[in-house]
Structures are given as C-alpha cells and as structure tokens.
Design a protein around this ligand. Structure first.
Ligand code: NCD
Ligand code: ZN
Length: 351
C-alpha cells in the first residue's frame, strides 16, 4: 500500500471473499456495486433453488457477467451449495472444470434459503473426503440452529460441536469459517492449523448488537450470524488488523428489499456492497492500522485460495460522502449500510 498523501489511499485491487449477488432484477441492480470495488468475488449459492450443479453454476456465472458493464474486469468465483444428498462426483468435476471454486456448507435452516442445507454433517463425509483429497475449500456458515441453543451462542457451539470434530476427521481439509462474529471463532482460527482461515465482514467490525436496538428495533442492522457484544467486536477488530493471513475480507453483503427487512418477520442480511471499502477503511483508520488494510483486503485471501494477486489498484479519497437512502430500480428498493449517514472516505476508482 502507498499513501501518497494522507487524504488518498491506494491499494492493490481487493477481492470480496463472500458476497450474495442474488438473481434476476436484484442481480442487475447490485452486481456492479460489487464489481466496481472488487476484482473478484466468491459468490454465494443460496438462490432459490440453490446452486447445486455445474450447469446451474455456469448459467448463474453467465447471468452475473451479463449484469456488469463490458468494460469492467470482474471474475465471479462460483460456489456449490452442499445438501445431504449432493453427489461428490459433481462437486469434484465442477472444481476440476474451474466452475466451482469452493463448496458452501449451510446447516439446514440456519439462514436465508438454507432450508435445503445439511441436516447432519456426517451426511456429507463422502464429499468432504473428496474435497480434502483435491484441495477444494469448504466455506462454512458456522451456526447450530437447535431450539435449545441461545441465538448469540450459535457460533461458539458450532465450533465445539461440529467444526472441531469435523477437522479431527478431515485434518487436511481447507476450511474458511465465514463471517466470524465471536472471540471464540477468532481464537479457534488462530490456534488451528494453516488450512483454517476466516472472513470478517465490514459490519461486524463496525458495530455490536446494540445497533439493533437504538431507540427502537432497527431491522437494517440484523444479519446472520447476528452481531454479538462489544468484547467480540473488539476481538474481530484485533484479528482484522493483526496482519495474520488467516483473517481476510468477506463482506457478506446480503441485499433484501426494504419490505422484506421492515416486516413482522424481517430477513437477515446487510447490504454493504455500495460502501464496503469505505467501511473497512474507516475501521482500519480508527485502529491506526491503514497500513494493514492491503494485506487483509487484497493479499491473504488469494494466497489462502491459491490464486494470483490482482494486478490493478483501487483508490479511496478522504472526501465526505452522504450514503444514499436507497439503491433502487422500478419498485425494487434496497437500503444500503449507512443509508443517509456521512462517511469520511469515498471510493474513487478501480483500475
Ligand atoms: C445472508 C442472505 O441473506 O443470503 N444473510 C445474512 O444475514 N448474512 C445469508 C448468510 O450469509 O447467512
Ligand atoms: Zn452470507
């Protein structure tokens, strides 16, 4: 990274290692907001129906590329949605053919479109064995969803009951614990072998669970895994700025319509894509660690995935921006993170 002046930040082009681009009219609205800031993105497969086949992933990749202006260089990296009955052969062949970069484990019922997820990790031992053999990363939504587990304990209990035993069975499996939210996750990833890493979102670095309850219920701050108490946010911030390559950027930008968020049963997900880099830059600056942002955003992810670093750069300037209240087209309305608020940094360009 170079800071030619304190008011300008230039980084090697970053990647988003966890994003929801959706489909149809939403895809058309949001895809380029990710592509303008990031050179590549790991695209989540939780569509309805989920992306479980090579053919579905190829078709979805084409739709993504079709929603981005032709002059933009952007590579969507596709993922396979694991189910109890997924065919290990399809996963391995998809990886060999360069279609599936990784597979995603959603515990059944854990989050948006996770109904078809895995009901018991033992059901996919055959796939995990195959993935371990070919070096294909497993991306994990790390929450147990049993009724008797407190919502705020779901991640810590998952690590103890599911993740640690799974790694004992598959010690060479490459695993990324996605969107971590707890001190327990930070400690686990730090202390486990080099094949285990984690992504951290901008929003989990920026606020704690109080944000959902400031003066009333604030559905736009609700996501899964849900934000935890302040000590956990502090652990995430320390991990992000530590320079430890096991921790890297993944926004988990997850757009839902305003109507679906502001509802008696509101959807989980925070739409951070429009201001992702500005948000991370704010956190790193608050921690006096802007010099660590490039490693976190642009180097550790590709190294873990075994991919080349990007060649280009992105530039942010210290110039206040008022974040739009809505990102919208026709009657589709999505509220971005920091809607109506003023941010100190503004994304200028990726080249
Ligand atoms: C995501 C979504 O809406 O697809 N929601 C979220 O709160 N993060 C799913 C997920 O990653 O859990
Ligand atoms: Zn997600």
């Amino acid at each position: 990274m170079s800071t030619a002046a304190v008011d300008r930040l230039t980084l090697r082009s970053p990647d988003d290692w966890h994003v929801h681009l959706r489909d149809g009219v939403t895809l058309a609205l949001v895809a380029d907001l990710t592509a303008r800031q990031f050179a590549r993105a790991i695209v989540m497969p939780n569509l309805a129906p989920p992306v479980t086949t090579i053919a579905a992933a190829r078709a979805y990749r084409e739709r993504i590329l079709g929603s981005i202006p032709a002059e933009r260089t952007f590579t969507p990296l596709m993922t396979a949605y694991l189910t109890d009955r997924i065919d290990p052969e399809e996963i391995a062949r998809g990886h060999a053919e360069g279609v599936f970069t990784a597979s995603k484990l959603y515990p059944a019922g854990a989050t948006t479109n996770a109904a078809a997820g895995v009901t018991d990790i033992r059901h996919i031992d055959g796939v995990l064995e195959r993935m371990q053999a070919i070096g294909m990363p497993l991306l994990v939504h790390g929450e147990v969803v049993d009724d008797d587990i407190d919502v705020f304990d779901r991640e810590a209990v998952f690590i103890e009951r599911v993740l640690a035993p799974m790694l004992a069975r598959f010690p060479e499996l490459k695993v990324i614990l996605e969107h971590i939210t707890t001190r327990e996750a930070v400690d686990f990833v730090r202390e486990t072998g080099p094949g285990v890493a984690a992504t951290i979102t901008a929003h989990h670095l920026a606020f704690n669970r109080n944000a959902m309850f400031v003066g009333g219920i604030r559905p736009h701050y609700y996501c899964l895994p849900v934000a935890k108490r302040e000590q956990h946010r502090q652990a995430l911030r320390a991990a992000a700025i530590s320079g430890n390559p096991k921790f890297f950027l993944g926004t988990d930008s997850a757009p839902h319509t305003v109507a679906d968020k502001e509802s008696a049963c509101g959807c989980a997900g925070i739409f951070s894509a429009p201001v992702a880099l500005e948000s991370y830059a704010t956190t790193f600056e608050e921690e006096h660690a802007l010099d660590r942002l490039e490693g976190f955003a642009s180097e550790y992810g590709p190294r873990f995935y075994g991919l080349p670093l990007n060649e280009g750069t992105v530039t942010l300037i210290r110039s206040p921006q008022v974040v739009p209240e809505l990102v919208a087209t026709g009657d589709l309305r999505i509220r971005p993170l920091y809607a109506g608020e003023t941010l100190a940094w503004t994304f200028l360009q990726r080249s």
